[in-house]
Design a protein around this ligand. Structure first.
Ligand SMILES: [Zn+2]
Length: 445
């Protein structure tokens, strides 16, 4: 398995650092972070015009939409002119199918990814492989803010699969010397493995931990309870809600600050914290509009965003389905980037196994939304050793899709959990109509 990790490390290093514009973008982002509001607005307008012209010329969906709405590329003169476009929902993207992918790139050259989103329907996304280096430059700028250099070793507790889920002991980690990443199996996280992982982090002299908040918190709690001292420069979390008490526990355990990040597979909006703990909307990444939600007191807004960099599948005025809490504060870090109070993430539970392993929401949704042609799905833990995966098939669903779905779950979850697949007409929703991707009927675990 380590050979695979090393091979992947070489590919990651090449695609993230050398095949795309990583170094150029990195230098540029180091400068633009200190630009004034006016300079940033000007940059955003330039990137927006480029995106819209490209979309009209090479994306059939946008040519038709712009013709229908009488939108002219040259009519985009101010950032507000984006409002000429209608809001793009996830359902619009699903219906648009291939017509929303640019004709400029051969399909084989595009990377594919899936996202779940609040409606629970997987959406296939196409990415230009050259956008990978670009994305990496944005990620690494936040890491720069967190004091992590390109040559610092980092430990990872994310959704990367490095050992089979039923492996009980032996090596539950892998080290990638190219990306300098110590990958710890989140799928095997328990009190026992958390202690082993903490000792490994000391042994490898890692400078930061990168991972899902639930997993990093669990590791931090274990370190505090077992008296293992791991000192880090920073902890970087993403993909799940980071509560204030989780933040405090992580900071106490590792003696460092937590840097939280919000992004999404659609790659239209980037929000993350700075050295001062403020959440900033990153303006060079996309044009983000915060639209107030009618039925609330006024500080909650929907995120409508236009990503500047994925020219293979442009998403203009895309409704991500997530909500932020507004703030009137400025940040003392000196950047002119807009500040928000927080991002309201999706609610989901954690699953516990008979042997004491824990699976947080991000890792489970990652598995849940990895298959095509499923309209809705949900994981329900009804017994300690049993989960039910409910799903609503879409029109194109076939027995092959079900096999793929079953295979994906089996590949990631241990056999101590028996899994039942159940086709339903609709999965259960919350009172606000959203789908909780993971529901535990076991009480707090
Ligand atoms: Zn700041």
């Amino acid at each position: 398995m380590n050979c695979k990790v090393i091979a992947k490390g070489v590919i990651a290093l090449l695609s993230k650092r050398f095949a795309g514009p990583f170094w150029f973008r990195r230098r540029q982002l180091a400068k633009t972070q200190w630009w004034s509001q006016q300079e940033l607005d000007k940059l955003q307008l330039k990137l927006l015009k480029r995106l819209i012209t490209h979309s009209y010329n090479t994306v059939p969906y946008y040519r038709k939409l712009m013709d229908q709405h009488h939108i002219k590329s040259e009519g985009i003169k101010r950032l507000e002119d984006i409002k000429q476009f209608p809001i793009l929902t996830k359902n619009d993207v699903l219906l648009a199918g291939d017509s929303i992918v640019s004709t400029m790139y051969p399909r084989w050259l595009l990377a594919k990814a899936f996202t779940g989103g609040t409606t629970g329907t997987p959406l296939m996304l196409h990415r230009n492989i050259f956008s990978i280096g670009n994305e990496h430059a944005f990620v690494r700028r936040q890491w720069d803010w967190a004091g992590i250099g390109l040559s610092d070793k980092c430990a990872f507790l994310t959704g990367r699969l490095i050992v089979p889920p039923d492996k009980q002991d032996g090596q539950l980690f892998a080290y990638d010397p190219f990306m300098k990443e110590l990958i710890l199996s989140t799928y095997h996280l328990s009190q026992k493995t958390a202690q082993d992982y903490a000792l490994l982090m000391k042994q490898y002299k890692v400078k930061a931990i990168v991972g899902y908040p639930s997993a990093v918190y669990f590791l931090a709690r274990t370190c505090l309870d077992s008296g293992i001292e791991v000192k880090l420069k920073s902890a970087l979390t993403s993909s799940e809600v980071l509560t204030e008490s989780m933040r405090q526990t992580i900071e106490k355990a590792f003696g460092c600050k937590v840097f939280d990040f919000y992004g999404g597979a659609e790659r239209v909006c980037y929000i993350h914290t700075c050295e001062h703990g403020c959440y900033h909307i990153i303006p060079e990444y996309g044009l983000t509009e915060l639209v107030p939600i009618d039925d609330t007191i006024g500080d909650k807004c929907k995120i409508i965003s236009t990503g500047f960099w994925n020219l293979a599948m442009p998403l203009i005025r895309y409704d991500i389905g997530d909500v932020v809490v507004m703030s009137n504060n400025n940040c003392t870090c000196g950047r002119a980037f807009q500040v928000i109070k927080s991002v309201i993430g999706r609610e989901a539970d954690t699953i516990k196994t008979p042997s004491g392993r824990k699976f947080g929401p991000a890792i489970l949704t990652h598995v849940l939304y990895g298959t095509a042609h499923i309209a809705e799905s949900q994981i329900i833990q009804d017994k300690l050793d049993h989960i039910t995966v409910e799903y609503v098939p879409s029109e194109k669903f076939s027995t092959k899709d079900l096999k793929d779905f079953e295979g994906l779950i089996a590949q990631h979850l241990p056999s101590e959990l028996s899994v039942e697949f159940k086709q339903v007409k609709a999965v259960q929703r919350t009172s606000s109509g959203k789908i909780r991707p993971v529901v535990s009927l076991m009480g707090k675990v």
